[in-house]
Design a protein around this ligand. Structure first.
Ligand code: BTN
Length: 255
């Protein structure tokens, strides 16, 4: 069974000092949003063993069965919401780095919020859901779901979702992955907030499955994904050479 002590024993770094674990909740993002409105704590991390109403982006459900995966949310308090760094990208990078460090599985990031793995075909291993709490005080909740030991997915997800056990053929302890994730989140968020956002986004670009590829955006725009801006937008050049800044997914990678 996963316990707080078994996570702390894996050295989660400074974010481990403010960590809570619950066996079951509706959604760790919802819990931290509520806690933020009550003004509790400066930075809080909540991990759940099970979610009964896990949420993904675009109103989708996030499949959250008990005792197999990682469901984690982090509450941060940026000075102002409107010039906060692009946290979905920063967090996605931290997830990919933590997965690779602990499992050896090469992990890519797909704009704006997915972590993909797969030797033959890339499938989604993890996703990030960032939500703002307008406040006062303003807050951002970064929710992260990582599929670790889930051996099967509902039919509609089978072709697009995967887990570490499906990729490696072996079960993985969740505690070292959570600890590595918290260390990586602390490092990358601190860098992004303290003048090194460009360096963080350069690491994101190196791991990107999106940049340099032909993409179709939510509004139908088709073109080549060139780079991200410092606010996290994706720059796409269409077939006539015109540049567009895309602010939100979903995004389909065409090649
Ligand atoms: C996505 O790819 O659509 C984002 C998925 C985010 C899932 C995580 S699990 C922990 C946190 N709580 C939620 O209800 N959602 C996020």
């Amino acid at each position: 069974m996963m316990t707080l002590q078994s996570i702390v024993a894996e050295n989660p770094g400074p974010l481990g000092e403010n960590l809570s674990l619950v066996s079951s909740t509706s959604s760790t993002n919802d819990d931290l949003k509520m806690s933020s409105r009550r003004g509790n704590g400066e930075v809080r991390v909540l991990v759940a063993d099970h979610q009964t109403a896990g949420r993904g982006r675009l109103g989708r459900r996030w499949h959250s069965p008990p005792s197999v995966n990682i469901y984690l949310s982090l509450l941060t308090r940026p000075n102002a919401l409107n010039d906060a760094p692009p946290l979905a990208l920063v967090a996605g990078l931290a997830v990919a780095e933590a997965v690779e460090e602990t499992s050896g599985v090469v992990a890519k990031v797909k704009w704006p919020n997915d972590v993909l793995v797969g030797a033959r075909r890339l499938k989604k291993l993890a996703g990030v859901l960032c939500e703002a709490v307008v406040g006062p005080p303003p807050a951002l909740v970064i929710g992260i779901g990582i599929n670790v030991n889930q051996e099967s997915f509902p039919p509609e997800l089978r072709d697009i979702a995967t887990s570490l056990i499906l990729e490696t053929g072996a079960a993985h302890r969740r505690e070292p992955i959570i600890a590595a994730l918290l260390r990586r989140l602390h490092l990358r968020l601190t860098q992004a907030e303290n003048g090194s956002l460009d360096a963080v986004l350069a690491r994101w670009s190196e791991r990107s499955s999106t940049l340099g590829h032909r993409v179709q955006c939510a509004d139908g725009l088709v073109g080549k994904a060139e780079r991200t801006t410092s606010s996290g937008a994706l720059v796409v050049t269409d077939d006539r050479g015109a540049m567009h800044q895309v602010m939100a997914g979903p995004l389909f990678e065409l090649d």
